[in-house]
Design a protein around this ligand. Sequence first.
Ligand SMILES: Nc1ncnc2c1ncn2[C@@H]1O[C@H](COP(=O)(O)OP(=O)(O)O)[C@@H](O)[C@H]1O
Ligand SMILES: [Mg+2]
Length: 298
Amino acid sequence: MDKFFNTAGPNKPEMHYTLDPLHRWDLEEVLTLIRQNKYFVLHAPRQTGKTTSMLALRDYLNDQGEYIALYTNIEPAQVAREDVELGIRAVMGAIASRLKWDAKSSLLYDEWTNILHKFGAEQALNEMLSFWAANSSKPIVLLLDEVDALVGDTLISLLRQIRAGYNNRPAGFPATIVLCGVRDVRDYRILPDKNKAVITGGSAFNIKAQSLRLGNFNQIDVRQLYSQHTEVTGQIFEDDIFELVYDFTGGQPWLVNALAGGLQQFERKPGQKPPSPGLFFNKPKKASSSEGTPIWIN
Ligand SMILES: Nc1ncnc2c1ncn2[C@@H]1O[C@H](COP(=O)(O)OP(=O)(O)O)[C@@H](O)[C@H]1O
Ligand SMILES: [Mg+2]
């Protein structure tokens, strides 16, 4: 299948025009943090490429073979709101399931409900991660995505159970845990607990070594991404398009892709040039009605 500009979820480099997701951040810095068994945060606004980069990091680490790296999206725990039992159950189930399906290990899948039953939600996540590390032949790198979808007591419990195991890493707890979300941990929305003491994400997770932020594309990135399409199809983008796209989008990754997808729809023949992106902004009604361009333009 021909590659295309993706606007729905994380990029798959084999399907979508993609900038190397490992080099959207300082890979050496990330690898150093991992080598030092640090816990850290990756944050950026929505649709910036966090999940794409985390998945690439997981694959990179697993290919290198020194660690077992697991990615888990814990957003399903969001509906639990303040219900720790429900929230931690959802987080544990999600990790156990990813380990089974992505890493082909049933270790947690077969055990996690027993652990939950035995220890209760306030302790069970810590126990499950300890059990996993103790039975793993390699140090574990756990990448948790959408962490700030959790709120209140559920989020506090998650952070505290991780903090409680931190000293036992790497043999008795994951060597590295990365928390990924829209906010930095100190800005997590944690409401005052029942005793009305204000708890901040920063204090519940004071083991954080660093917060990394994923930025937008620069002009060179935009040019490089669009050139991938030119290489495959021969369709040429006028030189001034790159600057215009950058001006219109500020390099926001999803917008850069969405605009390219729209431009690409006009002319697909080799050598033919797509129109200036200004067309979309100046004549949005015409563009959206007759050309099937994405609705966000309006
Ligand atoms: N490495 C990349 N190269 C090109 N486009 C990307 C890349 N990473 C992300 N994008 C763009 O950003 C969108 C959102 O990616 P995603 O990883 O789901 O971001 P986030 O997790 O920050 O919401 C994708 O649909 C795509 O348009
Ligand atoms: Mg994401």
